[in-house]
Design a protein around this ligand. Sequence first.
Ligand SMILES: *Cc1c(COP(=O)(O)O)cnc(C)c1O
Length: 483
Amino acid sequence: MRLIFEISKKGRRGSSLPGMDVPKMNAIPAGLRRTAAPALPEVTEQETVRHFTLLSRKNMGVDTNFYPLGSCTMKYNPKFHERVAALPGFADLHPLLPQLRNGGALTQGALAVIYELEQSLKKLLGFTRCTMQPLAGAHGELTGVMLIAAYHKDRKDGKRKIMLIPDSAHGTNPATATMAGFTSVTLSSDDQGNVDMTALRGLLSDEVAGLMLTCPNTVGLFDKNVKEVCDLVHEAGGLVYGDGANMNAILGRLRPGDLGFDVMHVNLHKTFSTPHGGGGPGAAPVGVNEKLVPFLPVSQVAKRSDGTYTLEYFHKDSIGYIAPFYGNFGILLRAYAYILTLGRGGLKRVSENAVISANYVRARLAPYFDQKYDRACMHECVFAGTRQAEKGVHTLDMAKALIDRGFHPPTIYFPLIVPEALMIEPTETESKEEIDSFIDALIEIAKLADSNPEEVVKCPVTTSVRRLDETKAARELDLACLE
Ligand SMILES: *Cc1c(COP(=O)(O)O)cnc(C)c1O
């Protein structure tokens, strides 16, 4: 593929501007004005369209390929919610418009969306209140553990500096705890992939501020001891943080607040209709029970007795601002539209189908791949590529071979407690045919790894570039190396 600067020919144009019909003002001071034209590619509209269309085809996304990226929920997001988010009454709002009187009518609808989304999430999650402010999962975590810190500080319980984090946790958990000033201590898992209860009992003390728990955990399993874990942490004076980045398995079926979680974030950009990935905008509301309500960040949307909505900024024990204005409003809006269009029954079908799909993948692939924990999974299943590794074919090689076969690879080498991990999350939005063709491709790769390992190790062979230094490719992105 030729790059747009190489296609450029002097004098070629893709647009024609009308002549200037206003007086020349020279508003830009002489010293700041350009003396030469900018070096832009000179191309026709058709060349531009072809260039970007071809470039977009080099991309893999949910709109083009099956994308079973475990822990990240790359599911299909209904286009209808994009249209809702683009409605001019929402999309063109300025965050400084007044809330009431003098134009306030313009913002009442947006405030209503934030307020009503909070009501829906409270019901879905079983919490007393939620803040809509956090801008990403990790940001929600940081908000949540700051609330835990504020709670202990308020009780003058200054000794509590330890945050317990299971060894299966997402890497953001220990990073968050450390950023919030806690010391993170690793909690081991038992041979079933649950929290090791003996280890937990041994670690609990009056220095423990809390525990960060993911349930279903990052091995795709529901921790059967979750209630007892919460009880034990509470008895020891700590609080339990829930990493609810992925809600697909329990949506409409189970309320984390009822299990004993004190605080939890949910990634709207995984479960609730915003595409996830590529560093795009996110939103991770944080739900809390009564213990933590006084510390919630500002601003908060309140409903007055006359039915109008208003923003509250002053709460004496609040941890303060954690995001400008009202969070990522467009993402809150998509989530609200998603909840309303699916309704209670639809949300339950999401979790039902997500779990059935994952267990189907697990059952069909079980003869070909090792499993560290051989039990029914939730919304994702995790295999260990250890059998293939013995033949010199590693999980990374199989991921590359999947790209050649038209599938985005699953998450690999995470969770860390599973060797050569392959973490597959098919999601509820894929058809059985699509899931079957993915499984067939993986079975074919497993067979090839056994009979002809060199064929797998040399993949990918169909892509623009072969294997890259992945760390360097992320740090020094060079799109011009496309062939
Ligand atoms: C995705 C994810 C996060 C982090 O969310 P970001 O929006 O990427 O910051 C945290 N925990 C788990 C389990 C996740 O899957």
